[in-house]
Design a protein around this ligand. Structure first.
Ligand SMILES: Nc1ncnc2c1ncn2[C@@H]1O[C@H](COP(=O)(O)OP(=O)(O)OP(=O)(O)O)[C@@H](O)[C@H]1O
Ligand SMILES: [Mg+2]
Length: 408
C-alpha cells in the first residue's frame, strides 16, 4: 500500500474506536442483548420505569442511547431526551428536559421551559408529560444521577416516578448512575421497586471485549491473532473503554510498521501510547495514592501495582495475602514479603489521604479489598507494564494462572 493508504487506514482506526464517547448506534454495541431486551420490555409495559446502574465506564450511557432505537415503528414514535443531572436540584434537572421539548404556541415554536419562569414541580412534570399522544412515547433519560447530592431532589424524583406509575403516564423515566446497588442512588427505593425496574450493567465478558476489537478491525481491513485479542480483552478487565483504547493503539502500532496483522508485540507497543490517552482523572488519582513525603522510594507504588494482578473473586475482591506473590516479583527482596510488611500501605490506600483508591469490606484479619474506581485497575497494570515495573513475564504468569482457573 502507498503511504496515503496507510494514513487512510490509521484515520479509519481513529474513527472506528470511540474510547472518548458513548456508543450511539445499535450496531456498534457489543453484547448487552439481555439488558437491551429488558429495557425495551419496560418501555412497553405500562407503569414501569427503569434504573440503569453499574460501575464507572461499564457502558451505561451507551445502552441508554441505543436500546430504544429499534422500538420505532409506523404506529409508535419514540422521543428520547437525554440529559445529565450534574449536581442540580429537581427543578433545574427538569428545566434541562423542558428546554428540549418544543411546543407550538401562537404559531411560534418555543421550548417548554419558557412557560415555567419559576420552579418546576413534580406536578408540572406529570401534567406536561401526560400531554403526549398515545403513540408518541417520550423516554426521559436522566444520566449521571449519582452526581445529585441534594437528598430532597432524590425524594422528589422518587415521588415523580411513583405518580407516573400510579397514574399510568405513558412517558418513561430512565435513571442512570454509577452504583453498586439501587439503594445507593435512589431515595426510598424499596417503595418504588414495582415501578422502577433495576437493570444492572455488568462488566463485559472476554468474548464481548474481543468482539469490540474484531468488528472494528474488520471494518478497517485489519486482522489479528487469538493471542493478541486475548491480551487486549484481558487487559481491559471487562471495561469497554479500555478495549477501545487498547484496540485502537495496537492497530496504530501495526500500521506504523506497515502491517495489517496486529500481533502481541503491537499490543504491548500500543500500550505506551494508550497510557498517555487515559482519562486525566485516573492518572491524577493514581499519583495522589502513591505519593511519598520526600520523593523517596517507598513501597506504595509496588504494593498498588501488585494489587492489580492479585487473584480476585467474581466481585473483583482480593485478600491481602494474594498481593504477596505478585509483589515478590515486582519488587523482589529477601526475606520474602509477608502480609504484615505491607499491611500499613494497604490500610492507607483505604483512607482519604490516599484518595481511597482501594475499598475494604469484611472483618479485620479477613478484609477483602477492591479498587474503588473500576477504571483504576486496568490503568495500574498498563502503567506498570509500560514503565517496566511489571515484567511481561510476570504478567503472562498471572494471565496463565487466570486462564487455567477460567478453564476449570
Ligand atoms: N457494549 C459496548 N460495546 C462497545 N463499546 C462500548 C459498549 N459499552 C460501552 N462502550 C464504550 O465504552 C466506553 C464507556 O461507555 P459509556 O460512556 O457508555 O459508559 P458509562 O457506564 O456511561 O460510563 P460513566 O460511568 O463514566 O458514565 C465508551 O468508549 C463506549 O464507546
Ligand atoms: Mg455515562
Amino acid at each position: 500500500m502507498a503511504s496515503d493508504d496507510w494514513a487512510a487506514m490509521a484515520a479509519e482506526v481513529y474513527g472506528s474506536f470511540s474510547p472518548g464517547s458513548p456508543i450511539k448506534l445499535q450496531g456498534d454495541l457489543a453484547g448487552r442483548e439481555d439488558q437491551a431486551g429488558r429495557l425495551r420490555g419496560i418501555v412497553l409495559s405500562s407503569g414501569e420505569h427503569a434504573l440503569i446502574y453499574g460501575e464507572r465506564g461499564a457502558g451505561k450511557t451507551s445502552i441508554a442511547n441505543t436500546f430504544h432505537l429499534s422500538l420505532h415503528s409506523d404506529t409508535r414514535r419514540i422521543h428520547s431526551i437525554h440529559v445529565n443531572c450534574g449536581d442540580n436540584d429537581f427543578s433545574a434537572i427538569w428545566r434541562k428536559v423542558f428546554r428540549r421539548v418544543k411546543v407550538e404556541s401562537d404559531a411560534e415554536r418555543r421550548s417548554l421551559d419558557q412557560f415555567y419562569p419559576e420552579t418546576i414541580t413534580p406536578d408540572d412534570v406529570e401534567i406536561e408529560l401526560s400531554n403526549f399522544r398515545i403513540n408518541d412515547i417520550p423516554i426521559i433519560i436522566l444520566d449521571e444521577f449519582d452526581q445529585i447530592s441534594d437528598p430532597r431532589t432524590k425524594i422528589l424524583m422518587t415521588e415523580t416516578i411513583k405518580s407516573f406509575s400510579d397514574h399510568t403516564i405513558h412517558a418513561k423515566i430512565i435513571l442512570v448512575g454509577i452504583a453498586g446497588n439501587a439503594g445507593e442512588l435512589i431515595a426510598q427505593h424499596a417503595s418504588i421497586s414495582r415501578a422502577l425496574k433495576q437493570v444492572q450493567m455488568p462488566r463485559l465478558s472476554l468474548a464481548e471485549l474481543e468482539a469490540i476489537v474484531t468488528t472494528r478491525y474488520k471494518r478497517c481491513g485489519l486482522r489479528s491473532d487469538d493471542e493478541a485479542l486475548f491480551q487486549m480483552a484481558f487487559l481491559s478487565r471487562g471495561l469497554p473503554y479500555y478495549a477501545h483504547l487498547i484496540g485502537r493503539h495496537s492497530a496504530l502500532a501495526a500500521i506504523q510498521k506497515k502491517k495489517v496483522f496486529v500481533d502481541v508485540e503491537d499490543v504491548f507497543l500500543g500500550l505506551q501510547e494508550a497510557i498517555k490517552e487515559v482519562d486525566q482523572t485516573i492518572t491524577e488519582a493514581y499519583l495522589a495514592a502513591i505519593v511519598s513525603q520526600r520523593n523517596e522510594e517507598t513501597l506504595y507504588e509496588p504494593v498498588l501495582t501488585a494489587c492489580a494482578p492479585a487473584e480476585s473473586d467474581d466481585l473483583g475482591q482480593f485478600q491481602q495475602a494474594a498481593v504477596s506473590a505478585p509483589l515478590s516479583e515486582i519488587a523482589p527482596r529477601k526475606p520474602a514479603y509477608t502480609p504484615t510488611t505491607f499491611a500499613f500501605h494497604m490500610n492507607e490506600f483505604c483512607e482519604d489521604k490516599r484518595g481511597r483508591i482501594l475499598s475494604r469490606v469484611g472483618e479485620a484479619r479477613n478484609y477483602r479489598y477492591s479498587f474503588t474506581d473500576a477504571m483504576m485497575q486496568p490503568y495500574v497494570i498498563i502503567r506498570a507494564l509500560q514503565s517496566g515495573r511489571l515484567k511481561r513475564a510476570t504478567f503472562q504468569k498471572f494471565i496463565a494462572r487466570r486462564q487455567r482457573s477460567l478453564a476449570v
